[in-house]
Design a protein around this ligand. Structure first.
Ligand SMILES: O=C(O)CCC(=O)C(=O)O
Length: 218
């Protein structure tokens, strides 16, 4: 195997931090197992339907709160109607560790309590257009974990879907956190790199992305 070229931690914009190789291979494997379990129910993983009628190309399952464009509910009203599984404590702890790694502020991190996670699976054709994560009622940071195939993650500005933006390669195990002045930055995934994943993660193909958020809902 080729030796890994170290990639450096980088602030992409104020409040937006990329931490390469943050998850260990064992953690990635454990997360893949958990995601596989969530994907089988009680709410099935599905391609969400946009208000215009077309389906997203990624397939998504949620924990804590169910997201459908563009709201959160406790039951998956567009996917069989079951109640979503509770947000697990281990994922809260992982979110807090992620915030510490990104911002180096353990006190703020200890207060971070994500209550939803969207788990997206990208097959080789899947993409995600530029969008803002703005269905949450509060503006706590978003913690994003990547597993499987590498991708181009496009991180833009808070005003428009277009330039200026920065293209960041996210690899398996990478952490990306965006909060503060970057919390409402447009972002998307224009491209994945099929076949780049290490099979040791347990993911058979494609790319998995987990974003943890705080909904601010009761
Ligand atoms: O897949 C990614 O890295 C980004 C996912 C995303 O933007 C989202 O779930 O809102």
């Amino acid at each position: 195997m080729e030796p890994l070229i170290p990639r450096d931690r980088a602030q992409i914009a104020p409040g937006a931090v990329h931490v390469p190789d943050w998850l260990s291979p064992a953690e990635q494997h454990a997360i893949v197992i958990a995601c596989r379990d969530w994907a089988t129910g009680p709410v099935p993983m599905r391609a969400a339907r946009l208000p215009g009628g077309q389906r997203m190309s990624v397939r998504t399952v949620c924990v804590g709160w169910h997201w459908q464009p563009y709201r959160y509910t406790r039951t998956a009203d567009d996917a069989g109607g079951a109640r979503v599984v509770p947000f697990p404590d281990w994922l809260v702890r992982l979110g807090r560790r992620a915030l510490t790694a990104a911002y180096d502020d353990p006190v703020a991190a200890s207060r971070y309590t994500p209550d939803t996670a969207l788990i997206n699976h990208y097959d080789d054709q899947a993409r995600m257009g530029m969008h803002q994560d703005k269905d949450e009622k509060v503006r706590e940071p978003v913690v994003s974990l990547s597993i499987g195939d590498a991708c181009v993650f496009r991180f833009g500005n808070t005003e428009t879907r277009t330039k200026p933006y920065t293209d960041v390669e996210l690899h398996s195990g990478d952490l990306f956190v965006f909060g503060g002045p970057s919390r409402l930055a447009y972002h998307g995934v224009p491209k994945t790199f099929p076949g780049t994943a290490d099979p040791a993660t347990g993911l058979k193909s494609g790319r998995l992305n987990i974003t943890m958020r705080v909904t601010g809902l009761d």
